[in-house]
Design a binder for this molecule. Structure first.
Ligand code: ADP
Length: 237
């Protein structure tokens, strides 16, 4: 304790309620139906959406709605020690919670028997990749023209050196006391995902949740700006 916050500032000079720098670009891939690229601190994330298209084999189909299938994958070069390629417990879990968060805003009932595939590739990982992945995937879904109630946005808060902070970087995630990633539907103010590592008092939890919602709302603004830039570019061409 006492190493991560000095004179009220964090190791990268951020204030407790400050996000890392975030850049979002919509429509970066030519062949995907929708795509997005997100740089979030030291994270680099690419999301690609395919569909809705017929789900095969047929016995996997749902006659009442589309199946939303998000796949979170960490590139082997995305972390310091080469990561063994392919799905592991962690990426299977993140894929599942991401699919559920995104499915809840998509009008899946419009596409019976279909599948919407969302590929999330973590090219560089520096903590907070599930939030960056959901954020990128949501922009890619909007870019693909998939009808949605809202565009989900995500952000984490946590606790380091006894203080509640926004958007943990790697050292803070590893040595901090808690990490609380969330995803929200900003318009309806629903919470679509909430996970927590570590421990917080109830009061700290409320404070962290409020901070994470504030962060997510700012991320939402950046998502909409990215989509507007994309459509402006298409109009000009
Ligand atoms: P998130 O990336 O959503 O914060 P975690 O809390 O599970 O998810 O992971 C925090 C960070 O730990 C990741 O962003 C990454 O930098 C690192 N990490 C995760 N999995 C591995 C792995 N298999 N090998 C090395 N580093 C990893």
């Amino acid at each position: 304790m006492g190493e991560l916050i000095k004179d009220g500032l964090r190791i990268d000079g951020r204030k407790p309620d400050e996000l890392r720098p975030i850049k979002i670009e919509a429509g970066v891939l030519y062949r995907a139906d929708g795509s997005a690229y997100v740089e979030w601190g030291g994270n680099k994330v690419l999301a690609a959406v395919y569909g809705p298209r017929e789900l095969l084999p047929k016995h996997m189909q749902d006659p009442t709605k589309a199946v939303v299938n998000a796949r979170y994958n960490m590139a082997s070069f995305s972390v310091e020690d080469r990561k063994r390629p392919g799905p592991d417990r962690r990426s299977i879990e993140i894929s599942k919670v991401t699919s559920e968060a995104l499915e809840s805003v998509i009008f899946t009932e419009l596409f019976p028997r279909a599948v919407i595939d969302i590929n999330i590739e973590i090219l560089d990982a520096e903590a907070g990749t599930r939030c960056a992945g959901i954020t990128a995937a949501a922009v890619a879904l909007a870019d693909a023209g998939i009808p949605m109630r809202d565009i989900p946005a995500a952000c984490a808060a946590g606790k380091v050196d006894g203080q509640v902070v926004l958007d943990l970087r790697k050292e803070e995630d590893q040595e901090g006391e808690a990490d609380l990633p969330i995803a929200i539907a900003p318009r309806t103010e629903e919470i679509l995902l909430l996970q927590m590592d570590g421990h917080l008092t109830y009061k700290e939890f409320e404070e962290a949740l409020e901070l994470a919602i504030k962060g997510s709302k700012y991320v939402s603004k950046l998502q909409k700006e990215a989509l507007r830039r994309k459509y402006k570019k298409v109009e000009e061409e």
